[in-house]
Design a protein around this ligand. Structure first.
Ligand code: M6R
Length: 580
């Protein structure tokens, strides 16, 4: 195996974390480690002259414990430098274990929880085999983890998982294997995969692969699955960034989301009707989609559904029982907060449906029913096409619950074709005018009402994460209760307007802002007197959240580019948040 494989693989995974990176190569009976701060995508393999090796580990980090620096980058070594570990997740009880190891003489170089794992394995290795030491260490780690481990004098790589994803790629060459936290890392080389499940350990040695279940305490057999993923979808093509490529793909992705097996939609709608309490959960953008869902079900299906962020769901655990339904929304299907909420629900016998993009994800494999959104690989950290596809599925579900599956489908199909007409170069140029005008502001605000209130919150996330401008979303009616004090001369405020019962009120709210000096950017089907700048969207009724968020996505992207930020890899963030 060459360093090229490793580095190319890491480049494909960088969207999960990109503040620093590191590589470890087994060369004879030594392990050579190279670490750097920054993005691995910036390095040129040939220039650095990495060693060749058939056993190697790589990692790109999203800092949790300890600053972004070379020492804290993975892989981490044990005290005697014989054992090397790369770790995803959080070792929750690492401080207690660290203290015990320190008493035994271990000295730590980094501030990370991950380094403690290498030392812990080494400590066990004093009296146990390499494999046994990893099993013992795994048993002591509280929290979610995926670890990959090498030892200087062992011709093998061992990996273990609990809660964080690990997937094995079975190479085309006999005896070639890849282990990664996501398939794109090795998709160029193989589409044959084996999913490691929680509490399982894999050992790869001289082309032989073995699996062990730490709960059953026995060797197990695993199935090879051929996955249907196109390596091409992972490329930017003619676009300068994945974010704009994915925004433009919304011309097709909506149609793909709705033109899928109607039986699944009917089944989930049936579960909602029969459930005694339905909860929608998600985090970040997926959470805002869930909030829109609450409004959609109230408006269209006349049904009250509860929304909770994944990280807050535990507060409702006393209300969960076998008649409850949980609908989890996630692009990656690996978000730790959402997965933990699912675990809480499952422990209470709750049925779980997942609206998810990555069909091979932990969430998709844990849920009782999966509605795949079919948006294709979404690589930019800022979610765009997955968002609108998730919104489309929830709209369809709400219509189906009310017996209007055909009406819902027709509405969404019309929306998809109107979006196709809407996003063209002239539209982008028009939005660029306002992007240039506001690119240096310190703060901006977004208001919406009804279905478009959660979209105002989502718009704020989009603008924050890629433009780094302070952006906040509010319910139009809430302004006068406090936020209006933030408005001064020329403060930009985006008003999200839908041609529904909220229109008059949101325009009044915009007028209140304008009267205090605010600069109103209206996203609306029609131009209104109160707007200083108008971005036209089609009048699509209940799908206004879908059409209204797209111009904000474009604006956020353009602001990122104008402010010389990387829209695909915004600072401090990661695409898939696999820690709590
Ligand atoms: O993969 P998920 O949809 O579960 O991710 C949830 C959030 O981390 C995600 O939506 C995040 O807020 C996005 N970066 C927003 O664009």
């Amino acid at each position: 195996m060459s360093s090229t494989y490793l580095i190319e693989g890491l480049k494909c995974l960088e969207y999960r974390g990109y503040d620093s990176w590191g590589l470890a190569f087994k060369i004879g009976n030594n392990i050579e480690i190279k670490k750097e701060v920054g993005k691995i995508s910036d390095i040129q393999i040939k220039k650095l002259g990495f060693p060749e090796s058939h056993l190697a580990i790589g990692h790109s980090r999203w800092a949790t414990h300890g600053k972004v620096n070379k020492t804290n980058a993975h892989p981490h070594s044990s005290e005697n430098n014989e054992i090397v570990v790369a770790h995803n997740g959080i070792f929750e009880n690492y401080l207690e274990v660290k203290k015990v190891l320190q008493k035994k003489g271990h000295k730590f170089l980094s501030e990370t929880d991950s380094e403690v794992i290498a030392h812990l394995i080494e400590e066990h290795n004093k009296s146990h085999s390499f494999e046994e030491s990893i099993k013992l260490a795994a048993g002591e780690i509280e929290g979610r983890y995926a670890i990959v481990v090498m030892k200087n004098d062992e011709n093998k790589i061992i990996a273990a998982r609990k809660g964080s994803p690990l997937i094995i790629g079975v190479g085309k060459n006999q005896d070639e294997y890849f282990i990664a936290s996501d398939i794109p890392a090795f998709l160029k080389h193989t589409n044959k995969v084996i999913y490691l499940d929680d509490n399982q350990i894999v050992t790869i040695e001289n082309g032989k692969i073995d699996f062990y279940d730490t709960v059953r305490r026995e060797k197990i057999a695993k199935r090879i699955i051929e996955i249907d993923l196109d390596a091409e979808t992972a490329e930017k093509g003619e676009f300068p960034h994945f974010m704009i490529k994915e925004i433009m793909e919304q011309k097709d992705t909506l149609a793909r989301a709705i033109n899928q097996d109607p039986a699944i939609i009917e089944k989930v709608a049936g579960e909602i009707k029969n459930a005694f309490g339905t909860y929608l959960i998600g985090c970040g953008t997926a959470g805002k989609v869930g909030m829109v869902g609450e409004y959609l079900f109230a408006k269209i299906a006349k049904k009250h559904i509860n929304f909770s962020f994944g990280s807050e769901f535990a507060n409702y655990k006393d209300f969960l029982n076998k008649k409850t339904l949980l609908i989890a929304i996630s692009q990656s299907g690996e978000t730790a907060d959402t997965l933990e909420a699912i675990e809480i629900a499952k422990a209470k016998g709750v049925k779980v449906a997942a609206i998810v993009n990555v069909e091979s994800s932990t969430m998709a494999r844990t849920a009782d029913i999966v509605i795949p959104i079919k948006a294709g690989l979404e690589k930019a950290v800022a979610s765009t096409k997955a968002t609108t596809s998730q919104l489309a599925i929830l709209t369809l579900l709400a219509y189906t619950c009310d017996g209007g599956v055909k009406t819902g489908k027709q509405l969404l199909a019309d929306t998809a074709s109107q979006i196709n007409d809407m996003i063209n170069p002239r539209y982008e140029e028009h939005i660029m005018k306002i992007a240039k005008k506001i690119s240096n502001v310190e703060s901006m605000y977004i208001i919406g009402r009804g279905l478009n209130y959660p979209i105002a919150l989502e718009a704020a996330i989009k603008l924050q994460e890629v433009s780094y401008i302070h952006a906040e979303g509010f319910a139009g009616g809430e302004l006068k209760h406090g936020p209006l004090a933030l408005i001064s001369q020329n403060t930009p405020v985006i008003a999200l307007v839908a041609n529904d019962n909220t229109k008059k009120d949101i325009l009044n709210n915009a007028a209140e802002i304008k009267a205090r000096g605010g600069y109103i950017i209206g996203i609306a089907p029609e131009n209104e007197d109160v707007f200083d700048f108008w971005i036209k969207v089609p009048d699509t009724g209940d799908t206004s959240p879908i059409v209204n968020i797209i111009p904000v996505q474009i604006l956020a992207y353009q602001l990122a580019v104008l402010r010389q930020n990387d829209p695909d890899k915004p600072r401090n963030l990661a695409k898939s948040v696999t820690v709590k």
